[in-house]
Ligand binder design. Structure first.
Ligand code: 5GP
Ligand code: MG
Length: 178
């Protein structure tokens, strides 16, 4: 196993700050916009984005967490038992602008499932996708991100390792594991 650092702690923070500026550029004061982090790993990034947005805008920003397990098209095909995570969307998304947030975009199947799962909470006016790492050339579906932390050219056999301090890591770092 070979581990190559793609984003160190400092660059990772700079990237989060830049993504937040891009969000503010498009959503101004976030009066009609909500954040939805995808379980399980997108929530750490979503929380960080929320925190930075709140610092920048000086107001609270709505955030929800969405679990896509039961909406996946491969749900019934898995051999290992599935573990579902908590969906917690404490607001209606009816007519809202929704920013879906996940750590890594790979085939696009999770995001497709998220679009389905979201419908239970209303009909959004607009849905955008923010991903920290866009694994290029690996999509199975026509799904592309609107905001990208970093594009990384990966082989299907490689894996992006995302470490967050909030998750118990000693520092925030992103690696490519071969
Ligand atoms: P997709 O459904 O697009 O194939 O995969 C995206 C989902 O699987 C995301 O929720 C992401 O957390 C996870 N994922 C896919 N590939 C990777 C990877 O290389 N590293 C990490 N950390 N997560 C991945
Ligand atoms: Mg995930």
């Amino acid at each position: 196993m070979e581990k190559r650092l793609i984003l160190d702690t400092e660059l990772l923070q700079i990237t989060i700050n830049r993504l937040v500026e891009e969000l503010i550029e498009n959503h101004t004061d976030f009066s009609d916009t909500v954040l939805i982090g995808l379980q399980p790993r997108g929530i750490y990034l979503a929380n960080r984005i929320q925190k930075r947005l709140e610092e920048r805008l000086g107001k609270s920003i709505s955030i929800g967490y969405l679990d896509t397990t039961f909406y996946r098209d491969d749900f019934r095909r898995r051999e290992t038992p599935i573990q579902a995570n908590a969906t917690k969307v404490p607001f209606l998304i009816e007519d809202k602008k929704v920013i879906l947030i996940d750590d890594v975009l790979f085939t696009g199947r999770t995001v497709r499932a998220a679009l389905d799962a979201m419908i239970a909470f209303g009909r959004p006016r607009l849905v955008e996708l923010l991903t920290f790492i866009d694994r290029k050339y690996t999509r199975d579906l026509p799904i592309q991100p609107d905001y990208v932390g970093k594009r990384v050219n990966t082989l299907k056999t490689q894996r992006v390792l995302v470490e967050w301090m909030d998750q118990g890591a000693e520092s925030d770092k992103i690696w490519l594991v071969t």
